[in-house]
Write a protein that binds this ligand. Structure first.
Ligand code: SF4
Length: 243
């Protein structure tokens, strides 16, 4: 039986979700409810459109020269791609057959056991750690960070390369004590290629409004460049590859 996936959209020349130029598939469905979500229209698992792996691979082939020559590849993002682990696993297997690098952009909310097969064919994980404190993580996203941190540890044991991403939101995720806890946690891992501090932005707020929903962080401002630099410096103090 052909496994099908539900996707929100595709970006054929992505430059931020992994190394090089990338084919980025945004999957539909997400179990988190991040207050700052910039892809609010991906939450509904019944939304988007259905695709087959063949369909995606045929599309990827049109541009694969660019991906290979730039050191890029294919990224599964979302929404939460790990919710459709069987489909993404098959897609990544086919990418490996074509000699294309694979990256999984995830919040880690699906436990490591449930995505064991997918991890076998994943070259890089872009792991979003929304908050190091479990209670504050729950407040910000609706779920605890237990599975995310378990995945981070498991990836370290497996030696799979990871880029950690942390969105800096003034008043919510920028407390230096929390950042120091995050730094301590990350310093215990041995597979980090990059730790990215991403300044909060409001570019996705209009999507909430289009859906007739109130944007939960209405009025929140992006951090200043100085605050971002300070957060990066604090984490770099833990000997982390910050960016
Ligand atoms: S994990 Fe990503 S897609 Fe899901 S709610 Fe959070 S920001 Fe939105």
């Amino acid at each position: 039986m052909t496994v099908t996936g539900r996707i929100h959209s595709i970006e054929t020349f992505g430059t931020v979700d992994g190394p090089g130029i990338r084919y980025v598939v945004f999957f539909q469905g997400c179990p988190l409810k991040c207050q700052y979500c910039h892809n609010r229209d991906t939450w509904d698992p019944r939304g988007g459109r259905e695709v087959t792996v063949d369909e995606l691979v045929n599309d990827i082939r049109q541009y694969e020269g660019f991906y290979r020559s730039s050191g890029g590849g294919v990224t599964a993002s979302g929404g939460e791609p790990a919710l459709q682990a069987a489909f993404v696993e098959e897609l990544f297997r086919r990418c490996h057959r074509e000699d294309l690098h694979t990256a999984l952009d995830t919040s880690g909310c699906v436990g490591p056991q449930r995505i064991a097969g997918l991890l076998e064919v994943t070259d890089l994980v872009l792991l979003d750690i929304k908050h190091i404190d479990p209670a504050k993580h729950r407040e910000l996203t609706g779920v605890s960070n237990e599975k995310t941190l378990a995945l981070a540890r498991r990836l370290s044991e497996m030696g799979i390369s990871v880029w950690v991403r942390h969105v800096l939101i003034p008043g919510l995720t920028d407390d230096p004590r929390d950042l120091a806890r995050l730094g301590e946690f990350l310093a215990g891992l041995n597979n980090l290629q990059k730790v990215e501090i991403l300044p909060y932005h409001t570019l996705g707020a209009y999507k909430w409004e289009q859906l007739g929903l109130k944007y939960p962080l209405k009025g929140a401002e992006p951090p200043s460049p100085e605050a971002v630099a300070q957060a990066r410096e604090l984490l770099a103090g833990f000997d982390l590859p910050t960016a």
